[in-house]
Design a protein around this ligand. Sequence first.
Ligand code: KDG
Length: 311
Amino acid sequence: MVKLIALGEILVQFNALAVGPLRHINYFEKHIAGSEANYCIAFIKQGNECGIIARVGDDEFGYNIIEWLRGQGVDVSGIKVDPESFTGIYFVQRSHPVPNRSSMLYFRKGSAGSRLSPEDVSENYIKSADIVHSSGITLAISDTARDAVFRAFSLAKIRSFDTNIRLRLWSAEKAKSEIMRLLNEFKPDFLITDPDDSKIIIGESDPEKALKILSNYSRIVVMKLGARGAMVYSDGSIYFSPGYQVQVEDVIGAGDALGGTFLSLYLKGFNVKKALDYSIVASTLNVMIRGDQENLPSTKEIEEFLAEMKK
Ligand code: KDG
């Protein structure tokens, strides 16, 4: 088995039970989310191992996160309970004002998760991992969280990074300078991004052109294209895998489903094409429900889906 260690903020998500503006929503459903935690579960679902380095508050939501992730098979020994702050939360507004799109309303500034710092990154723990993963969200939430990612990456054997730019957390200029600093310093083995993010970091949103430019910074680059599917650059070639048309409930977390599944299957020995075809299925299933993690499929379930599509 391959072990991934992720660094990031784990959040409690309150997902609107109805579509429309949050001011008119009366009922919400609680889920555990946060990009790196989503990656972890997608990774585990393909038969590999994952641990997460994070902080949660000394509160009910913090304990909810630890218990849920432990139940999903995540190694939670790297999660610190921080008595000085609270667990971050966010609300999801769905299909308003754009149908089939979701937006997030965060309550996380100063949260325990954002107090992640280099001292939380144990050298021995990182060295126990085959691969270390983080995202632009973790670079954005605080300077100490960003420094924790740089420390972990400096100790890692293999690195994976998802640009995941959230403009509610930082400006495009800051995102560009911090992400490019990380790409220049580490040239991560895996880079996961999308056209909006590549426009910000390299000024190019055309997927093929962006992939070629980004291949100067990473060996394998995955370009998420939403409902259209995804592309992957590897060894000088680009492969495209189309998406499936399904009924969309909430698109948040679909990119993490794709990235986490791809990494796990590739590291298990799948070639990039097969890993991408399978990970599209994970993101497809992910958008059909509320919550980022509950519908993440195992390899066997992905194969059941693909077999049905071939009929
Ligand atoms: O990728 C999904 C994440 O955006 C969501 O779970 C919340 O981690 C989150 C964030 O910071 O936006």
